[in-house]
Design a protein around this ligand. Sequence first.
Ligand code: ZN
Ligand code: ZN
Length: 338
Amino acid sequence: MKAQLLTGPGPAASRPLTLVERSALRPRPGEIAIDVAACGVCRTDLQLVEGDLPAHRLPVVPGHQVVGRVAALGAAVERWQVGDRVGVAWLGGACGHCDLCRSGHENLCADAEFTGWDRDGGYATSMLARADFSFPIPDGFTDEEAAPLLCGGVIGYRSLRISGIEPGGRLGLYGFGASALLAIQVALHWGCEVYVATRSEVEQQRALEMGAVWAGAAHDRPPVDLDAAVTFAPVGSVVVAALSALRPGGTVAINAIHLDRIPEFDYDLLWRERSLRSVANFTRHDAEEFLALAVEIPVRTLSDLFPLAEANTALERLSEGGIGGAAVLSTAPDPPSA
Ligand SMILES: [Zn+2]
Ligand SMILES: [Zn+2]
Protein backbone atom coordinates (compact mmCIF):
# COMPACT_ATOMS: atom_id res chain seq x y z
CA MET A 1 0.00 0.00 0.00
CA LYS A 2 0.95 3.63 -0.41
CA ALA A 3 0.50 6.33 2.22
CA GLN A 4 1.22 10.03 2.58
CA LEU A 5 3.15 10.23 5.83
CA LEU A 6 3.63 13.25 8.08
CA THR A 7 6.87 12.86 10.03
CA GLY A 8 7.22 16.48 11.13
CA PRO A 9 5.00 19.53 10.58
CA GLY A 10 6.01 22.40 8.33
CA PRO A 11 4.49 25.01 6.03
CA ALA A 12 2.43 23.42 3.23
CA ALA A 13 4.79 25.04 0.70
CA SER A 14 7.67 22.97 2.15
CA ARG A 15 5.78 19.79 1.15
CA PRO A 16 5.76 18.11 4.59
CA LEU A 17 4.11 14.85 3.44
CA THR A 18 6.14 11.97 2.02
CA LEU A 19 4.63 9.24 -0.16
CA VAL A 20 5.83 5.92 1.24
CA GLU A 21 5.31 2.26 0.44
CA ARG A 22 4.10 0.20 3.42
CA SER A 23 3.33 -3.46 3.91
CA ALA A 24 -0.30 -4.59 3.65
CA LEU A 25 -2.48 -3.76 6.66
CA ARG A 26 -4.06 -6.51 8.76
CA PRO A 27 -7.16 -5.60 10.72
CA ARG A 28 -7.10 -6.30 14.46
CA PRO A 29 -10.23 -7.64 16.20
CA GLY A 30 -13.12 -5.23 15.71
CA GLU A 31 -11.42 -3.46 12.80
CA ILE A 32 -11.84 -3.48 9.05
CA ALA A 33 -9.25 -2.83 6.36
CA ILE A 34 -10.48 -0.41 3.71
CA ASP A 35 -9.29 0.09 0.16
CA VAL A 36 -9.50 3.89 -0.02
CA ALA A 37 -11.12 5.36 -3.12
CA ALA A 38 -11.31 9.03 -2.12
CA CYS A 39 -10.36 11.18 0.85
CA GLY A 40 -11.36 14.78 1.39
CA VAL A 41 -8.74 17.37 2.29
CA CYS A 42 -9.96 19.34 5.29
CA ARG A 43 -8.68 22.58 6.81
CA THR A 44 -7.97 20.58 9.97
CA ASP A 45 -5.53 18.43 7.94
CA LEU A 46 -3.76 21.61 6.92
CA GLN A 47 -3.57 22.74 10.56
CA LEU A 48 -2.11 19.36 11.55
CA VAL A 49 0.40 19.29 8.71
CA GLU A 50 1.53 22.86 9.42
CA GLY A 51 1.71 22.31 13.19
CA ASP A 52 -1.12 24.68 14.21
CA LEU A 53 -2.90 21.60 15.53
CA PRO A 54 -0.25 19.74 17.59
CA ALA A 55 0.26 16.16 16.35
CA HIS A 56 -0.95 13.45 18.75
CA ARG A 57 1.62 11.06 17.30
CA LEU A 58 4.21 11.05 14.56
CA PRO A 59 4.54 9.75 11.98
CA VAL A 60 0.86 9.83 11.09
CA VAL A 61 -1.20 9.51 7.93
CA PRO A 62 -3.70 12.43 7.80
CA GLY A 63 -7.20 12.33 6.34
CA HIS A 64 -10.62 11.92 7.92
CA GLN A 65 -13.16 12.08 5.08
CA VAL A 66 -12.64 8.64 3.66
CA VAL A 67 -14.75 6.65 1.22
CA GLY A 68 -13.67 3.18 0.15
CA ARG A 69 -14.52 -0.50 0.05
CA VAL A 70 -14.13 -3.04 2.82
CA ALA A 71 -11.09 -5.16 1.92
CA ALA A 72 -10.69 -7.41 4.97
CA LEU A 73 -12.44 -8.10 8.26
CA GLY A 74 -10.82 -8.45 11.66
CA ALA A 75 -12.07 -11.00 14.17
CA ALA A 76 -15.56 -10.42 15.61
CA VAL A 77 -16.69 -8.09 12.82
CA GLU A 78 -20.20 -8.95 11.73
CA ARG A 79 -21.59 -5.68 10.43
CA TRP A 80 -19.57 -5.59 7.22
CA GLN A 81 -18.78 -7.77 4.24
CA VAL A 82 -15.80 -7.54 1.95
CA GLY A 83 -16.70 -5.20 -0.93
CA ASP A 84 -19.18 -2.99 0.99
CA ARG A 85 -18.86 0.73 0.39
CA VAL A 86 -17.88 2.39 3.63
CA GLY A 87 -17.10 5.84 5.04
CA VAL A 88 -14.85 6.92 7.89
CA ALA A 89 -14.89 10.37 9.46
CA TRP A 90 -13.13 12.40 12.16
CA LEU A 91 -14.51 10.48 15.15
CA GLY A 92 -12.56 7.23 14.84
CA GLY A 93 -13.51 5.76 18.19
CA ALA A 94 -14.89 6.48 21.66
CA CYS A 95 -14.82 4.49 24.89
CA GLY A 96 -18.50 3.53 24.79
CA HIS A 97 -18.96 3.31 28.56
CA CYS A 98 -18.38 6.77 30.07
CA ASP A 99 -21.37 8.96 31.02
CA LEU A 100 -20.97 11.05 27.88
CA CYS A 101 -20.85 8.05 25.54
CA ARG A 102 -23.84 6.47 27.22
CA SER A 103 -25.92 9.63 27.04
CA GLY A 104 -25.49 10.15 23.30
CA HIS A 105 -22.52 12.54 23.57
CA GLU A 106 -19.76 10.31 22.21
CA ASN A 107 -18.40 13.38 20.39
CA LEU A 108 -17.38 14.70 23.83
CA CYS A 109 -15.81 11.47 25.17
CA ALA A 110 -12.49 12.19 26.90
CA ASP A 111 -11.04 9.03 25.38
CA ALA A 112 -12.25 9.67 21.83
CA GLU A 113 -9.81 8.84 19.05
CA PHE A 114 -9.68 10.86 15.88
CA THR A 115 -9.00 9.61 12.38
CA GLY A 116 -5.84 11.04 10.86
CA TRP A 117 -4.72 12.37 14.28
CA ASP A 118 -4.72 9.46 16.76
CA ARG A 119 -5.21 6.79 14.09
CA ASP A 120 -3.76 6.69 10.59
CA GLY A 121 -6.21 8.20 8.15
CA GLY A 122 -7.18 8.14 4.51
CA TYR A 123 -4.31 9.86 2.66
CA ALA A 124 -3.43 6.34 1.54
CA THR A 125 -4.52 3.51 -0.71
CA SER A 126 -5.49 1.45 2.34
CA MET A 127 -6.34 2.08 6.00
CA LEU A 128 -7.70 0.40 9.14
CA ALA A 129 -10.81 1.62 10.93
CA ARG A 130 -12.98 0.49 13.81
CA ALA A 131 -15.86 -1.46 12.29
CA ASP A 132 -18.35 0.19 14.65
CA PHE A 133 -17.14 3.70 13.75
CA SER A 134 -17.46 3.16 9.99
CA PHE A 135 -20.74 3.78 8.26
CA PRO A 136 -22.42 2.90 4.98
CA ILE A 137 -22.39 5.50 2.20
CA PRO A 138 -25.80 5.68 0.54
CA ASP A 139 -26.14 5.26 -3.22
CA GLY A 140 -26.60 8.47 -5.13
CA PHE A 141 -23.12 9.90 -4.61
CA THR A 142 -19.86 8.93 -6.26
CA ASP A 143 -16.93 8.28 -3.92
CA GLU A 144 -15.49 11.70 -4.75
CA GLU A 145 -18.82 13.44 -4.14
CA ALA A 146 -19.41 11.67 -0.84
CA ALA A 147 -15.97 12.35 0.71
CA PRO A 148 -16.39 16.10 1.40
CA LEU A 149 -19.76 15.44 3.05
CA LEU A 150 -18.05 13.46 5.80
CA CYS A 151 -16.58 16.40 7.70
CA GLY A 152 -17.81 19.84 6.72
CA GLY A 153 -21.17 18.41 5.72
CA VAL A 154 -21.85 16.52 8.93
CA ILE A 155 -20.53 19.22 11.24
CA GLY A 156 -22.51 21.86 9.34
CA TYR A 157 -25.58 19.72 9.87
CA ARG A 158 -24.89 19.32 13.59
CA SER A 159 -24.39 23.10 13.82
CA LEU A 160 -27.82 23.68 12.30
CA ARG A 161 -29.31 21.27 14.84
CA ILE A 162 -27.54 22.96 17.75
CA SER A 163 -28.65 26.40 16.55
CA GLY A 164 -32.23 25.22 17.01
CA ILE A 165 -33.29 26.53 13.60
CA GLU A 166 -36.72 25.28 12.64
CA PRO A 167 -38.24 24.79 9.19
CA GLY A 168 -39.13 28.16 7.70
CA GLY A 169 -37.02 30.06 10.25
CA ARG A 170 -34.63 32.93 9.64
CA LEU A 171 -31.07 31.66 9.73
CA GLY A 172 -27.79 33.57 9.61
CA LEU A 173 -24.62 31.96 8.27
CA TYR A 174 -21.42 33.83 9.15
CA GLY A 175 -18.64 32.76 6.81
CA PHE A 176 -19.33 30.84 3.60
CA GLY A 177 -16.63 28.21 3.08
CA ALA A 178 -16.93 24.48 2.37
CA SER A 179 -19.04 23.63 5.43
CA ALA A 180 -21.47 26.55 4.98
CA LEU A 181 -21.90 25.64 1.29
CA LEU A 182 -23.36 22.33 2.43
CA ALA A 183 -25.30 23.74 5.41
CA ILE A 184 -27.15 26.26 3.24
CA GLN A 185 -28.46 23.46 1.06
CA VAL A 186 -29.95 21.74 4.11
CA ALA A 187 -31.41 25.01 5.43
CA LEU A 188 -33.02 25.86 2.09
CA HIS A 189 -34.41 22.33 1.91
CA TRP A 190 -36.07 23.02 5.29
CA GLY A 191 -37.60 26.17 3.81
CA CYS A 192 -35.49 28.56 5.88
CA GLU A 193 -34.75 32.15 4.90
CA VAL A 194 -30.97 32.31 4.84
CA TYR A 195 -28.89 35.44 5.48
CA VAL A 196 -25.16 35.13 4.73
CA ALA A 197 -22.47 37.42 6.15
CA THR A 198 -18.96 36.96 4.75
CA ARG A 199 -16.09 39.29 3.97
CA SER A 200 -15.58 37.76 0.51
CA GLU A 201 -17.62 39.41 -2.24
CA VAL A 202 -17.25 36.30 -4.39
CA GLU A 203 -18.78 34.23 -1.59
CA GLN A 204 -21.56 36.80 -1.09
CA GLN A 205 -22.41 36.45 -4.77
CA ARG A 206 -22.32 32.67 -4.57
CA ALA A 207 -24.63 32.72 -1.53
CA LEU A 208 -27.22 34.77 -3.44
CA GLU A 209 -26.95 32.44 -6.44
CA MET A 210 -27.56 29.46 -4.17
CA GLY A 211 -30.73 30.99 -2.73
CA ALA A 212 -29.79 33.22 0.21
CA VAL A 213 -32.26 36.12 0.54
CA TRP A 214 -29.51 38.49 1.68
CA ALA A 215 -25.71 38.59 1.66
CA GLY A 216 -23.49 41.16 3.30
CA ALA A 217 -20.05 41.77 4.77
CA ALA A 218 -18.85 39.86 7.85
CA HIS A 219 -20.06 42.46 10.38
CA ASP A 220 -23.08 43.83 8.46
CA ARG A 221 -26.40 43.47 10.20
CA PRO A 222 -29.02 41.46 8.30
CA PRO A 223 -32.23 43.44 7.65
CA VAL A 224 -34.28 41.21 10.00
CA ASP A 225 -33.82 39.65 13.46
CA LEU A 226 -32.54 36.09 13.10
CA ASP A 227 -34.04 33.05 14.82
CA ALA A 228 -30.64 31.35 14.82
CA ALA A 229 -27.15 31.75 13.43
CA VAL A 230 -24.12 29.56 12.76
CA THR A 231 -20.66 31.12 12.70
CA PHE A 232 -18.02 29.38 10.57
CA ALA A 233 -15.39 32.14 10.51
CA PRO A 234 -12.72 31.53 13.21
CA VAL A 235 -13.00 35.15 14.35
CA GLY A 236 -14.41 36.13 17.76
CA SER A 237 -15.87 39.45 16.61
CA VAL A 238 -18.09 37.56 14.17
CA VAL A 239 -19.70 35.74 17.10
CA VAL A 240 -20.65 39.11 18.60
CA ALA A 241 -21.99 40.29 15.24
CA ALA A 242 -24.16 37.16 15.01
CA LEU A 243 -25.37 37.55 18.59
CA SER A 244 -26.37 41.15 17.96
CA ALA A 245 -28.54 40.04 15.01
CA LEU A 246 -30.55 37.48 17.05
CA ARG A 247 -34.12 37.77 18.22
CA PRO A 248 -34.74 37.10 21.93
CA GLY A 249 -34.48 33.37 22.67
CA GLY A 250 -32.30 32.73 19.62
CA THR A 251 -29.05 30.77 19.52
CA VAL A 252 -25.65 31.28 17.92
CA ALA A 253 -23.87 27.97 17.22
CA ILE A 254 -20.12 28.41 16.87
CA ASN A 255 -18.67 25.97 14.34
CA ALA A 256 -14.95 26.47 14.95
CA ILE A 257 -12.34 24.34 16.69
CA HIS A 258 -10.18 27.39 17.24
CA LEU A 259 -11.45 30.90 17.73
CA ASP A 260 -9.54 34.04 18.59
CA ARG A 261 -10.76 35.94 21.66
CA ILE A 262 -14.44 36.83 21.73
CA PRO A 263 -14.42 40.59 22.34
CA GLU A 264 -16.20 41.99 25.37
CA PHE A 265 -19.84 42.75 24.69
CA ASP A 266 -22.80 44.25 26.54
CA TYR A 267 -24.90 41.80 28.52
CA ASP A 268 -27.91 43.24 26.67
CA LEU A 269 -26.85 41.17 23.65
CA LEU A 270 -27.24 37.93 25.63
CA TRP A 271 -30.14 39.08 27.84
CA ARG A 272 -33.62 37.79 27.00
CA GLU A 273 -32.53 34.20 26.75
CA ARG A 274 -30.21 34.36 23.81
CA SER A 275 -27.61 31.54 23.82
CA LEU A 276 -24.08 30.97 22.60
CA ARG A 277 -23.08 27.35 21.98
CA SER A 278 -19.99 25.70 20.56
CA VAL A 279 -20.13 22.67 18.26
CA ALA A 280 -17.55 19.95 18.92
CA ASN A 281 -17.04 17.14 16.40
CA PHE A 282 -20.09 14.98 15.72
CA THR A 283 -21.62 11.63 16.57
CA ARG A 284 -22.13 8.61 14.32
CA HIS A 285 -25.83 9.34 14.56
CA ASP A 286 -25.27 12.83 13.08
CA ALA A 287 -23.31 11.32 10.19
CA GLU A 288 -25.93 8.72 9.34
CA GLU A 289 -28.78 11.21 9.62
CA PHE A 290 -27.00 13.79 7.48
CA LEU A 291 -26.00 11.31 4.75
CA ALA A 292 -29.60 10.10 4.41
CA LEU A 293 -30.82 13.70 4.17
CA ALA A 294 -28.04 14.64 1.73
CA VAL A 295 -29.24 11.97 -0.70
CA GLU A 296 -32.84 13.10 -0.36
CA ILE A 297 -32.09 16.81 -1.04
CA PRO A 298 -29.74 16.01 -2.96
CA VAL A 299 -26.78 18.01 -1.64
CA ARG A 300 -24.32 18.98 -4.36
CA THR A 301 -20.59 19.11 -3.73
CA LEU A 302 -17.98 20.78 -5.84
CA SER A 303 -14.81 18.70 -5.73
CA ASP A 304 -11.34 19.62 -6.93
CA LEU A 305 -9.70 16.23 -7.51
CA PHE A 306 -6.03 15.52 -6.90
CA PRO A 307 -4.19 12.20 -7.25
CA LEU A 308 -3.02 10.80 -3.89
CA ALA A 309 0.58 11.52 -4.94
CA GLU A 310 -0.26 15.25 -5.06
CA ALA A 311 -1.50 15.60 -1.48
CA ASN A 312 1.10 18.30 -0.78
CA THR A 313 -0.15 20.30 -3.76
CA ALA A 314 -3.75 20.00 -2.55
CA LEU A 315 -2.77 21.29 0.91
CA GLU A 316 -0.74 24.10 -0.59
CA ARG A 317 -3.70 25.20 -2.73
CA LEU A 318 -5.97 25.05 0.30
CA SER A 319 -3.57 27.22 2.30
CA GLU A 320 -3.47 29.75 -0.53
CA GLY A 321 -7.27 29.87 -0.75
CA GLY A 322 -7.12 28.38 -4.24
CA ILE A 323 -9.79 25.72 -3.78
CA GLY A 324 -13.26 26.66 -5.03
CA GLY A 325 -15.20 23.80 -3.46
CA ALA A 326 -13.64 20.89 -1.61
CA ALA A 327 -10.26 19.32 -2.35
CA VAL A 328 -10.43 15.52 -2.65
CA LEU A 329 -7.61 13.02 -3.05
CA SER A 330 -8.42 10.16 -5.36
CA THR A 331 -6.68 6.81 -5.65
CA ALA A 332 -8.21 6.21 -9.10
CA PRO A 333 -5.40 5.53 -11.62
CA ASP A 334 -5.82 8.81 -13.51
CA PRO A 335 -8.13 11.28 -11.80
CA PRO A 336 -8.42 14.52 -13.72
CA SER A 337 -5.79 16.82 -12.19
CA ALA A 338 -7.16 20.00 -10.61
ZN1 ZN B 1 -12.43 17.93 8.86
ZN1 ZN C 1 -16.64 7.71 26.36
